[in-house]
Ligand binder design. Structure first.
Ligand code: IVH
Length: 662
């Protein structure tokens, strides 16, 4: 047995070495056949002697584990994002702000790889956890998938526990290969390498991930000071020394001019890289300055992402049509000669509103420049004037809703037109589509096409009708394309959606200005929907994140008896309209209102807030008699004073930590 154990160890070490040479150093020293022969020998030995199979064995690279879901992982340190700069001026501003606080600094400039962020944790030299970013605080455990990524070492020489982060990506070559295979199998193609990487990482079958040839560049070390690492460049060197892949085009820059030169150089080289990049990341090198330079709620102030300008493409507008959204908002849309922009075909682009078109004198039959706004929604940027044709047709805004033919309005001070007819079919169907959509009630099988079909047949004119649709089961089954099985499946997902948490329902209602995040804030603060029937604007704006515009929209919606009736009917039909904070509820926090004030040192604001909410409490922006605790940090001012005046319990940040640990 000892002999076999030694052989397993020997092959594992060789395979790890060959893997590193091939995938990280790009310098293979053995042939593929030799590698495969050793791998198969190891697979065979592990099958014969399962006790010898270790967690970090190179055989794990092959995949094979099939999960039924990804577990959630709470990040020890939030996975922050970066703020953006779009030109030299904004980069110089970033530099000036830093200089003001700490004086001149050295920067590290790196490529901004276009993939998805991942974090890797090692214990005793072994990869023990890989996670996605998720919502920055909580991500998904993708350890088995990460083990199939050959540029991630399964074990390292350094034996202290540590965490590194980086970008998981798919090379352009692997992307083309993956899409060829998908085309052969009649599968939908990946839109771009970023999408392909993100989709692959979320595959439940790790064997599939193994075949996708993902890679990972490390770009950040967590708590470097614990490992006696003093600069970001040293952190990258540490990663490299331990077998991680770091990007070779990283450069130390002595000042912002060097950074700007680097950007210019990399912009020229952009297409020659084997992977997509969407910008350049600039970080202060000296880690000891980070705390002093500080953080915003979402990103460090010691780093910034310079984003390349979006790709602009010229095409022709064939016609302008109008789309009616669920709020009745009418958007003019340009129908275009199809063109490829940043990897996907675009045949329609938004023209935003009447003013936008008139200010740019955009006409039908014009050649225009289009780009993807925020890299997602295609928009018309401007007209290519010297290509204007004699048959160009001047734009004229419509005066009636293109769907219901009722008059439309434009409120003073607003740029958008709205159809205000509550019975407008477009508004109603769009509203239903939104209600059933993935981020709202997530009713599987109730997509755009089915909703339009049921709507036009009169079965589904309102949200209440969704939950009564089972009464029409027999009629639905007579429809072409529907069978007992598909109808039963649909009815089951409608039934299942009744159990959704309140935030999903609130978001699904499609109230103006209530997006996913606001819905969650409202749901966790009020916990039962009927509390919103009587809520005041003032009460709402006392909540962090809720401003006057949102507050007014919410009160307007819930004061309306038509909406109240609908909600009451839905409750009668068995929908859950309560918020259940499902995580870690603690007696000391449940139902309690906290106000955070002053500079917190142990936690960031966002972290403290999430923890309070996780444990069943709420966080308000201002102190009132209803406040249960005021947590104060350094330099706390008026809120602390008010709390003392009102006799509200005040606790220091360390007392707050004790309360959490209790
Ligand atoms: S640093 C706290 N460096 O860009 C700073 N990010 O919002 C953490 N990205 O999704 C990010 N290349 O995954 C950093 N060299 C690089 C990067 C990089 C790509 C991604 C990152 C995140 C986004 C930044």
């Amino acid at each position: 047995m000892e002999k076999i154990k030694n052989r397993v160890k020997e092959i594992s070490e060789l395979l790890n070495k060959y893997n590193h040479e091939y995938h990280v150093l790009d310098m293979p020293s053995v042939s593929d056949q030799e590698y495969d022969a050793l791998l198969h020998e190891l697979i065979h030995l592990e099958e014969q002697y399962p006790v010898l199979k270790k967690n970090d064995s190179p055989t794990q690279r092959v995949g094979g584990v099939i999960l039924d879901k990804f577990n959630k992982v709470k990040h020890d340190v939030p996975m922050m994002s970066l703020s953006n700069a779009f030109n030299d001026e904004e980069l110089r501003e970033f530099d000036e702000k830093i200089k003001k606080v700490v004086g001149p600094v050295t920067y590290v400039a790196e490529l901004k790889i276009d993939g998805l962020a991942g974090s890797l944790k090692y214990q005793d030299g072994v990869l023990v956890q890989a996670a996605t970013r998720g919502n920055a605080l909580i991500g998904e455990d993708i350890t088995t998938n990460a083990k199939t990524i050959k540029s991630i070492p399964l074990n390292v020489d350094y034996k202290e526990d540590f965490e590194v982060r980086g970008e998981i990506y798919m090379s352009k070559k692997s992307f083309i290969k993956a899409n060829k295979e998908r085309a052969n199998n009649n599968e939908q193609l990946f839109m771009n390498p970023r999408n392909a990487a993100a989709g692959s990482v979320r595959q439940l079958d790790s064997k599939v991930v193994s075949k996708r040839n993902l890679d990972m560049f490390i770009y950040l070390m967590i708590k470097p000071e614990l490992h006696n690492i003093k600069s970001h460049s040293d952190a990258l060197q540490f990663a490299k020394n331990n077998g991680f892949m770091t990007n070779p085009h990283t450069m130390i820059c002595n000042n912002i001019d060097d950074v700007i030169n680097y950007i210019e150089k990399m912009t020229k080289l952009r297409d020659s890289f084997e992977y997509d990049i969407d910008g350049i990341v600039i970080k202060v090198d000296d880690i000891s300055l980070y705390e002093k330079i500080g953080y915003t709620a979402k990103s460090p102030k010691w780093a910034i992402a310079y984003k390349f300008p979006a790709e602009e493409v010229i095409t022709k507008i064939n016609s302008i049509t109008f789309q009616v959204g669920r709020t009745g908002q009418i958007t003019p849309v340009a129908n275009l000669n199809p063109v490829i922009v940043q990897g996907s075909t675009v045949s329609r682009a938004t023209l935003h509103n009447e003013d936008y078109i008139n200010e740019r004198d955009i006409r039908i039959n014009d050649y225009v420049i289009i780009r993807k706004a925020g890299d997602i929604i295609p928009e018309v940027v401007k007209v290519v004037e010297d290509r204007r044709l004699v048959d160009s047709v001047k734009f004229k805004m419509i005066s009636k809703c293109p769907v219901c033919d009722e008059s439309i309005i434009r409120k003073t001070g607003e740029a958008d037109h709205y159809c205000v007819n509550p019975e407008c079919d477009a508004k109603k169907t769009e509203g239903l589509i939104h209600f059933a959509s993935r981020k709202a009630m997530n009713i599987d099988g109730l997509g755009e096409r089915i909703i339009e079909l049921f709507y036009n047949d009169g079965f589904m004119k309102s949200i209440v009708d969704i939950y009564n649709i089972k009464e029409h089961k027999e009629e639905l089954m007579l429809k072409e394309g529907f069978g007992v099985k598909s109808i039963n499946k649909l009815l089951q997902s409608i039934e299942d959606s009744k159990q959704n948490n309140l935030d999903k329902f609130l978001f699904g209602l499609g109230i103006r200005h209530v997006g996913e995040k606001v819905a969650k804030v409202i749901a966790s603060n009020f916990t039962y929907i009927k509390e919103l029937y009587t809520v005041s604007v003032d009460e709402l704006i006392s909540i962090d994140e809720i401003g006057e515009v949102i507050a007014k929209s919410i009160t307007e919606y819930f004061n309306d008896p038509v909406n109240q009736n609908m909600i009451n009917s839905l409750e009668d039909l068995g929908l859950n309209l309560k918020y259940e904070s499902n995580v870690n509820v603690k007696e000391e926090f449940a139902g309690k209102t906290f106000v955070l004030t002053g500079k917190l040192e142990i936690y960031k604001r966002d972290e403290a807030k999430t923890m309070i909410e996780d444990m069943g409490g709420k966080v308000a922006g201002s102190v009132s008699k209803k406040t249960d605790f005021v947590v104060y940090g350094a330099d706390a001012g008026s809120k602390l004073k008010k709390a003392n005046e009102l006799g509200v319990k005040v606790i220091s940040e360390s007392e707050f930590v004790d309360l959490i640990k209790r």
